[in-house]
Design a binder for this molecule. Structure first.
Ligand SMILES: C[S@@+](CC[C@H](N)C(=O)[O-])C[C@H]1O[C@@H](n2cnc3c(N)ncnc32)[C@H](O)[C@@H]1O
Length: 301
């Protein structure tokens, strides 16, 4: 669904939500990359630590002639830790059109023999993969993106990913674990304000795509922890009453009204095990980092 249609529906409700996939225009992807380099955002660091461990085991887990399929591939920096001669094809799937093309081009300079087939799509749906790629597909869903879905959509994602990857496939899923609230809050409130800029960039995206004239300076960013849901919740907050039009329909934000820009659900090992099983996957193994902040699960279809 296009952004205007989604906002028309979501802004008519009391709890106003902007789904996280709309963050990623080129600027949004660039801000996200900045976040991954901050001291506070541990996710990228600990996931890379685990992927390095996994890279030593790949030839024990899989035979040769693999196709790697990455859902929400972003910069492709993480996959480069895992690429070896077993991998013949790499299919990065992403909604950020310019970014996926730029990162694929860069990756091909480092891995000239690898066939890279960037595919622009919305990964929540079933995706028809390119033809003539090797049969054994290994999926990747990293960056704790499994925590960014609303209303149980993570199950829909995992079911469709299984359909996309097909029989005898595998998927690695990066899962952020419940931890000290201070560490979580800091991760979404970095001192360089990149998380704030990333979220407030939604205003620029809405202006461009929906032709509104909202001003970034009329909003602020906050991130809070929802204990009941074990979820970090990011909001953009309207500093004043303001109204605007979407497809000629009038909407308004009240002063101090919070618009939900992202959720990052945190898991326990058993909660993710349950989710994977109920989505039709078998859990083969999981790895954790030294601090036990994060886990990467290997699931088998
Ligand atoms: C949180 S970032 C993670 C990037 C990278 N995988 C990592 O671990 O650093 C999410 C990535 O998924 C992409 N993305 C978000 N929602 C998407 C969707 N519904 N369909 C396809 N790609 C999506 C974004 O463009 C972005 O590159």
């Amino acid at each position: 669904m296009q952004l205007d249609k989604v906002l028309e529906k979501n802004f008519a409700k009391k709890r106003k939500i902007i789904p996280s996939k709309f963050h990623y225009d080129l600027q949004g992807s660039r801000y996200f990359e900045k976040i991954t380099k901050t001291k506070e955002y541990y996710v990228t660091r600990v996931e890379k630590e685990i992927l390095k461990k996994i890279s030593n085991e790949l030839n024990k887990i899989f035979e040769d002639n693999l196709t790697f399929v990455e859902f929400g591939s972003g910069s492709t920096e993480k996959i480069s830790i895992l690429l070896n001669d077993q991998v013949k094809f790499y299919v990065p799937l992403d909604i950020s059109f310019d970014f996926i093309n730029k990162s694929s081009k860069k990756l091909s300079e480092y891995f000239p023999k690898l066939r890279i087939l960037p595919t622009y799509c919305d990964y929540i749906k079933y995706i028809k993969l390119p033809k003539n790629i090797s049969k054994t597909k290994v999926g990747f869903f990293l960056g704790s993106s499994i925590g960014n879905f609303y209303n149980g959509e993570e199950k829909k994602f995992l079911k469709n990913a299984k359909k996309t990857l097909g029989k005898k496939s595998f998927i690695f899923v990066g899962v952020d674990l419940i931890k000290n609230v201070k560490i979580l809050k800091n991760a979404y409130n970095d001192k360089g304000n990149f998380t704030a800029k990333f979220n407030l960039n939604l205003i620029n995206i809405i202006n461009k795509k929906v032709k509104t004239k909202l001003k970034v300076k009329d909003f602020k960013y906050i991130a809070t922890f929802n204990k009941k849901k074990s979820s970090m919740e990011n909001f953009i907050v309207s500093k004043k009453y303001q109204n605007f039009f979407i497809n000629k329909k009038k909407f308004y934000f009240k002063k101090d009204e919070k618009i939900q820009a992202e959720i990052s659900n945190k898991f326990t090992i058993s909660k993710f095990n349950k989710l994977a099983k109920s989505s039709g996957w078998r859990v083969k193994k999981h790895w954790k980092d030294r601090k036990k902040y994060y886990a990467v699960f290997l699931l088998q279809a």
